[in-house]
Design a binder for this molecule. Sequence first.
Ligand code: DQA
Length: 147
Amino acid sequence: ATIAVLNGPNLNLLGIREPGHYGNKTLDDIRQTLANMAEGFQHRLVFHQTNAEHEIVGQVHQAYHDGVDFIIINPAAFTHTSVALRDALLATRIPFIEVHLSNVHAREPFRKHSYFSDIAKGVISGLGATGYELALRAAHQILAERH
Ligand code: DQA
């Protein structure tokens, strides 16, 4: 199957950005780990990061056109703001898991609300880069059970 991993704004700065919240791994470290795992599971992995809302909306549309089976998404700050990204996921009906490196419930109150959690298959928050790996394992299992 094909799995897309989509990352929102400022995640390109992982490794240098607030390591107390986001850890020391770079987004490229995460990408490499997921690529190795996906190969083991015999899935095709596509991986994107963008700082622009219209681009991540476009990546969801593209995922639909490319027949992507599952999305793992860290919408980053768009989590708390983007009706447009929510609508894109609803429109395409691609199942997805929402991932956050930090525990959004242990931070500022505005991070508690997500435009995605109620329509996600599941939500992982606070487990750092491991959260992406757990999401990929869960996606693999959900896709296997689908058939
Ligand atoms: C984040 C949490 C968001 O609140 C924040 O805006 C981010 C990253 C996380 O991975 O912990 O940019 O999604």
